[in-house]
Design a binder for this molecule. Structure first.
Ligand code: CS2
Length: 506
């Protein structure tokens, strides 16, 4: 591997033309990208999509016969403008840097994306692309919040101003629901087949949830379209998994120094990857099972296992670790107390709720999770984990709390996490007084309810859109009051509180 000298030499931009200058150890697309067509339109091209679905498709395109399954990315948000600019400059190519725990690094250049439409600039172009008969699958990573459901009731939120706008202006949509509905209306009118809608977000029953939300939206617009969607649009559920931290300046510099090429938006991720998908598609599908994904008839147990253990585990470390002053997941989980707390949470407050899966050893799965979290080469920031907690925690942690309460089981480890979230939202500083940001659609409400805690210990729980009726659960509330009292005590130390809770569990 050659290293660029620290000079002012201007590096070539990564592009189709400069691919041949890359050293032999970089896995570059050898397939003819000019022959590809976009069978998949993907809405929400974040880091995760580029490390996961786009990687599987890149592997698939290496096989002859799969040319019609390339990806056209779509960015709905103004914030996607710079991504579009970079991708256009780079012929939609980018580097995936896979970092193993032992320090091994692999570089792959992904060639599976062949176009990117920046919706705010040309909405009609996006609708046309969705209507184009080449488009067989519309996939989504719009984050948990993008599905527009009330976290406590899981019902569609008709009050969202963007949704109100889209209901009245389907020719000028803002949301994924608006675009998809506009396109399906045209497909139906033209007698075309619908596309499959494939969610790749961390929501249990992500396909069912997408279906429910889309049908709620469409019900107010066109009942016949609703019936057509119900009877003919497949929404395969899927479990998706690959830890993908936010790209840093260091990642960009690393690619530049390792390969003498300028990639302005490389993606770094762990080596582990998993995709379990229900085999339910309207108009064909890529042979993803030939490149490591798994097709099943029912994904429920896989997704529950992943969301309640991995994603919840992240939130446990994210919130408790942030209060302590840790910055990354690996830093938190290499603290033996945090590792023990996480393991006990997984063993006692989640495992009994998870169905035994044939071929999966849950104990081993949990061991692997802790190893993956501890990967010292993946600097996954707690800030990323705590981002949009209001969309995540109801699905990741509160769902398990509710199930445990119904079974009369203890929830004390999860309870401290909720109390820590309250402290985080209230004080917005860690134990050393360093600032913690709340990046959350519900930031104002979170802060508002949390900031009344010193007058009313249960104030945060009264945010019923998130917590449902937890504030009426006597045992939970008693425990939560204790957690709040210890966290808010002068000079309190999160580790001693965690230790005490662990000991009380026995
Ligand atoms: C994380 C996920 O956002 C989060 O809170 O738990 O992004 C997680 O890294 C992925 O789901 C891993 O597959």
């Amino acid at each position: 591997m050659q290293h660029a000298q620290q000079t002012n030499v201007k590096l070539n931009t990564l592009s189709q033309q400069t691919l041949s200058t890359l050293p032999a150890d970089v896995d570059v697309p050898q397939y003819d990208r000019s022959k590809l067509t976009a069978g998949i339109v993907h809405i929400g091209v974040g880091g995760f999509h580029r490390a996961h679905q786009a990687m599987y498709i890149n592997e698939l395109l290496k096989k002859p016969g799969s040319e019609s399954w390339a990806i056209c990315g779509v960015g709905l948000l103004e914030a996607n403008r710079s991504l579009r600019d970079v991708l256009v400059k780079q012929d939609y190519l980018y580097t995936l840097t896979v970092r193993h725990p032992n320090g091994k690094i692999e570089h792959q250049v992904m060639g599976s994306m062949i176009d990117f439409l920046f919706a705010p600039e040309n909405k009609q172009q996006v609708i046309d692309k969705l209507v184009n008969p080449q488009t067989k699958i519309v996939s989504l990573t719009i984050t948990e919040g993008g599905y527009n459901f009330n976290p406590a009731t899981s019902e569609f939120d008709f009050t969202n101003p963007d949704i109100v706008h889209d209901m009245a202006h389907l020719d000028d949509p803002i949301t994924a629901f608006g675009y998809i509905t506009a396109a399906l209306l045209q497909r139906k009118a033209k007698g075309m087949k619908p596309f499959t809608i494939q969610s790749c977000d961390n929501i249990q029953h992500n396909g069912d949830m997408t279906r429910k939300m889309l049908l709620a939206f469409v019900s107010k617009i066109d009942a016949e379209l609703g019936q057509w969607i119900e009877s003919s649009v497949p929404f395969p559920n899927a479990m998706v998994d690959r830890i993908t931290p936010v790209t840093t300046k260091a990642d960009i510099e690393y690619v530049a120094s390792a390969y003498n090429v300028q990639d302005e938006w490389p993606i770094t991720c762990e080596a582990f990857t998993q995709w379990v998908i229900e085999d339910n598609f309207s108009d064909g599908r890529p042979a993803l099972d030939s490149v490591g994904a798994q097709f099943v008839t029912d994904v429920t147990p896989f997704e529950k296992m992943k969301i309640r253990l991995l994603n919840a585990g992240h939130s446990v470390l994210g919130l408790l670790g942030s209060i302590h002053g840790y910055a990354t997941i690996d830093e938190s989980v290499t603290d033996p107390l945090f590792a023990a707390y996480l393991r006990k949470f997984m063993d006692d407050e989640v495992t009994p709720l998870i169905e035994q899966l044939p071929g999966i050893d849950l104990e081993q799965y949990k061991d692997t999770l802790i190893e993956r979290f501890a990967n010292p080469n993946i600097k996954d920031s707690l800030a990323r984990i705590c981002l949009e907690s209001s969309a995540k925690l109801p699905k990741f942690i509160i769902a398990s709390i509710n199930e445990n309460i119904a079974l009369n089981r203890d929830t004390s480890l999860a309870c401290l996490v909720i109390a820590a979230w309250c402290l985080y939202s209230d004080k917005r500083v860690d134990q050393q007084g360093n600032q913690l940001d709340i990046n959350d659609q519900m930031a104002a409400q979170l802060h508002d309810y949390a900031s009344k805690t010193e007058q009313d210990a249960l104030s945060f729980l009264q945010l019923t859109d998130l917590f449902g009726d937890l504030n009426n659960q006597a045992n939970f509330c008693k425990d939560y009051r204790q957690a709040i009292a210890s966290l808010y005590a002068p000079g309190s130390d999160i580790k001693s509180i965690m230790q005490a809770r662990l000991q009380a569990k026995g």
